[in-house]
Design a binder for this molecule. Structure first.
Ligand code: TRP
Length: 338
């Protein structure tokens, strides 16, 4: 399936989202929507990272449901399973297998320096498990298995990509060229979406306050209400400013959804107060998401179809990944019998 694309010399992309919470408009703007633009130019692998998700405690039934949802969201946002390889991480055993090998080429000191590990272990001090610590080695495996040239991620994941590069180089230098050295691909500036409850913090799908984020799947009335209640600054003009994190965020969101520049947005709402602007943002976001939600609901209503696509995706992924894995097994000296 992927062969023709590789023969066309397309570069390879891999990215993943953890099914650890409902996807937000932050994930939509920062990740999934941009992936749509990549699927034409690149040979793309998009993965639902369920193995990563269990590094923090999950309710099993919810994890399962969210895995289906994340897969359906990918497609509802426009990722075409004919053009890309869409798959669930745990369906392709090579990820866990390569992660083990890479664990043995990743240093304790390197992992100790990971900001996300430090943050997460502070937030989940009752469950600082080994998986949370070695999480970047699994992520490196995700990337290196497919020979990804580029990895579209948010700023917060760049440190993990850097580690993947270091580990890949270390392995290549010890043995011989095995892994492609990947590069992070950041979304265009301005797409960073902040919390609606505290606009100095990133919008997070795991925020305990549901007013802080807008889910891709929130119904229109909920979206409108959340924007109406969004924390804004004192003042009333729809204009960006240094001490106006709230309004800056809403302008960013509105301009990302409409394609208008921040200047155009300011002009459009000149002389109107925060109230009118918030309503416009809420309605625009809801109306843009409506067709995505319709498609999502149709897919979730047809589990057998969704499962058949998961199966096809994982078989396609396996074909590529198993090649890398057997190369690695050979290089480290595992006995291989045919
Ligand atoms: N760690 C990433 C995140 O939390 C998700 C992820 C897992 C990922 N494997 C990946 C991202 C491989 C890019 C490539 O956002």
């Amino acid at each position: 399936m992927n062969q023709p694309q590789e023969l066309q010399n397309k570069k390879t992309i891999l990215s993943a989202v953890q099914p650890s919470g409902i996807l937000t408009i932050g994930n939509y703007l920062g990740a999934i929507r941009n992936w749509n633009l990549l699927q034409e130019q690149y040979n793309c692998y998009f993965c639902v990272a369920d193995l990563h998700a269990i590094t923090v405690r999950q309710v099993p039934a919810e994890l399962r449901k969210r895995t289906y949802e994340a897969f359906a969201v990918y497609m509802a946002c426009g990722l075409d399973p004919e053009k890309n390889t869409l798959f669930v991480q745990s369906h392709v055993p090579c990820h866990a297998e390569l992660a083990w090998v890479l664990n043995c080429y990743t240093m304790f000191g390197e992992l100790s320096r990971m900001t996300q590990f430090k943050d997460k272990s502070a937030r989940h001090s009752e469950n600082i498990n080994a998986g949370l610590f070695t999480y970047p080695a699994l992520m490196a495996a995700d990337i290196l298995l497919y020979g990804a040239d580029y990895v579209p991620v948010g700023q917060d994941q760049l440190q993990h990509i850097e580690l993947a590069r270091d580990v890949a180089n270390r392995f290549n230098n010890l043995y011989s060229d095995t892994f492609v050295i990947p590069e992070g691909l950041l979304p265009k500036a301005g797409a960073k979406v902040m919390s609606l409850a505290d606009p100095t913090k990133k919008m997070s799908k795991s925020d305990e306050n549901p007013m802080a984020y807008v889910s891709i799947l929130d119904p229109k009335d909920v979206i409108v209400k959340k924007f109406k209640r969004a924390v804004t600054d004192s003042g009333s003009e729809v204009k960006r400013g240094e001490d106006k994190a709230g309004i800056n965020n809403l302008i960013t969101i509105y301009s990302a959804f409409t394609g208008k520049s921040p200047e155009e947005v300011e002009k459009e709402f000149e002389g109107q107060g925060y109230g009118a602007f918030k309503l416009a943002v809420g309605e625009t976001v809801a109306d843009t998401l409506a067709p995505v939600q319709d498609k999502f609901n149709a897919l979730m209503g047809d589990k057998p179809y969704l499962e058949s696509l998961m199966k096809k995706g994982s078989e396609q992924a396996y074909r590529r990944a198993s090649k890398t894995l057997s190369k690695v097994y050979r290089k480290v000296g595992f006995a291989q019998v045919k």
